[in-house]
Design a binder for this molecule. Structure first.
Ligand SMILES: Cc1cc2nc3c(=O)[nH]c(=O)nc-3n(C[C@H](O)[C@H](O)[C@H](O)COP(=O)(O)OP(=O)(O)OC[C@H]3O[C@@H](n4cnc5c(N)ncnc54)[C@H](O)[C@@H]3O)c2cc1C
Length: 401
């Protein structure tokens, strides 16, 4: 049988593309290498699936770290409001939390997948069907798994190279490259940050709430966010650190600066330290710092400031106090890398946007070949933006293929 459209990948982008194509009456085949659809969707948002975010499309473009402007048209063609209405039609009510993230109000990622499958009624599915290559034949294509399928158009929605156990191991880049498309080297995005200093690793498990995180490249500020961070065996994690990680590749000498007390000026923090020392002069300095900081961090603080933590708080000199304030307001860490791409939430890089028509998602090189989702060189911050990108690009590819 000859299909109008073959979609490679039954993830967020592929399923939405299938919905759009089926709604136009197209004969659609979805080929998925795993035994079921949406393996990555199932684990998104800690299983709750944060599908999108509040805000207008300008805000979505701003929250896209790489090639946000390329997405302007598709985000308008299928916006967060369209997505919320879509899921509503298929029985999933979405509600925004206090941070503006939309999640199923009364359900989880499984409901999102079920809704997407209901919306693609009429499409044929082939599971356990890893596409090995795509061949151009005349006006159409032959798509090869261990079988061969003929079609007029192909949508490559294979995802990136992160979390390969969910099926996305970078095959889409090879298909795109085989047709001469430029590929921006895939890299980790939204990942934990590794540091040259070893002390963050020794603080594994310690978290700081509402810390200020700033990424510098030399003296230039590249990114700034506030929120909860956690030190891990891999370095620094938590949403502000993960968001920061997506800008690291733009830096020559990336340095992370953590402000433990962003609501307090250095003078106010110094005054607070003075007050604590005066109030409990007999306490050891390290015990006094325990009042302000998690225990492990208090120990690191005295070490880094070269203060004898066993001294009495009443003996803390003005110079030592100032050193502690400088450290707590600007804990500088040299970024030595990110967690490997396999463990990154999202893959940066991918099919170069210059090769894709921004209105239709069709290749500018190969008519009839389309791209959707994370396989494209786009990546955004945490908060539902990456899934919205997958849905919007999938929708446009499905409407135009
Ligand atoms: C742990 C985790 C949590 C996340 N949480 C969120 C969140 O809450 N909100 C958010 O916006 N984003 C989140 N993301 C990111 C988001 O999941 C992805 O950006 C999004 O799923 C990308 O969709 P996609 O359809 O492009 O790719 P994928 O969802 O990866 O789908 C690609 C599909 O293609 C299939 N495939 C690959 N190669 C082949 C082949 N050769 N033949 C056949 N099939 C193939 C794969 O098996 C897979 O099913 C999270 C990611 C992770 C890893």
């Amino acid at each position: 049988m000859k299909y109008d459209i073959i979609i490679i990948g039954a993830g967020a982008a592929g399923l939405m593309a299938a919905h759009a194509a089926v709604s136009r009456g197209k004969r659609v085949l979805v080929l998925e290498r795993k035994t079921r659809p949406g393996c990555k969707l199932l684990i998104t948002g800690g299983g709750k699936c944060n599908v999108t975010h509040t805000g207008d499309m300008r805000s979505f473009v701003e929250h896209t770290v790489t090639n946000g402007r390329f997405l302007y048209n598709v985000l308008h063609a299928f916006s967060n409001d369209d997505l919320i209405a879509f899921f509503g039609r298929y029985g999933v009510v979405l509600a925004a939390d206090e941070d503006g993230r939309y999640l199923p109000a009364d359900g989880d990622a499984k409901d999102i997948i079920d809704a997407l499958l209901s919306a693609t009624g009429g499409a044929a599915y082939g599971y356990n069907a890893r596409v090995e290559r795509i061949e151009k034949i005349g006006d159409g294509f032959m798509v090869h798994t261990d079988k061969a399928y003929e079609c007029a158009s192909v949508i490559i929605a294979c995802g990136g190279a992160s979390y390969p156990a969910t099926g996305s191991s970078g095959d889409g880049y090879e298909f795109a490259a085989s047709f001469g498309h430029d590929i921006v080297k895939p890299r980790a995005a939204l990942a934990g940050i590794r540091t040259a200093e070893s002390w963050p690793y020794s603080c594994a498990g310690v978290s700081l709430s509402n810390a200020g995180v700033t990424l510098f490249d030399g003296a230039k500020r590249m990114y700034r966010e506030r929120g909860d961070i956690v030190f891990t065996h891999d370095g620094v994690s938590g949403i502000p650190a993960m968001n920061t990680s997506s800008s690291v590749h733009r830096c020559r000498t990336p340095v992370l600066s953590i402000d433990v007390f962003p609501d307090e000026s250095p003078a106010a923090l110094e005054e607070r330290l003075m007050y604590l020392c005066a109030e409990q002069p007999k306490r050891t300095i390290v015990n006094m710092l325990d009042i302000l900081l998690p225990k492990m961090l208090a120990r690191v603080c005295v070490l880094l400031c070269d203060i004898d933590g066993t001294k009495r708080a009443g003996e803390l000199s003005a110079d030592e106090r100032r050193r502690a304030v400088v450290l707590l307001k600007q804990m500088r860490l040299t970024v030595s890398g990110l967690m490997p791409i396999e463990r990154a939430t999202v893959t940066g890089g991918g099919v170069a946007v210059a090769m894709i028509d921004a209105h239709t998602m069709m290749s500018k090189k190969i008519p009839g070949l389309f791209f959707a989702g994370e396989v494209i060189d786009v990546d955004a911050l945490c908060g539902g933006y990456n899934l919205q990108i997958a849905f919007s690009t999938g929708y446009c590819a499905g409407m135009n293929a």
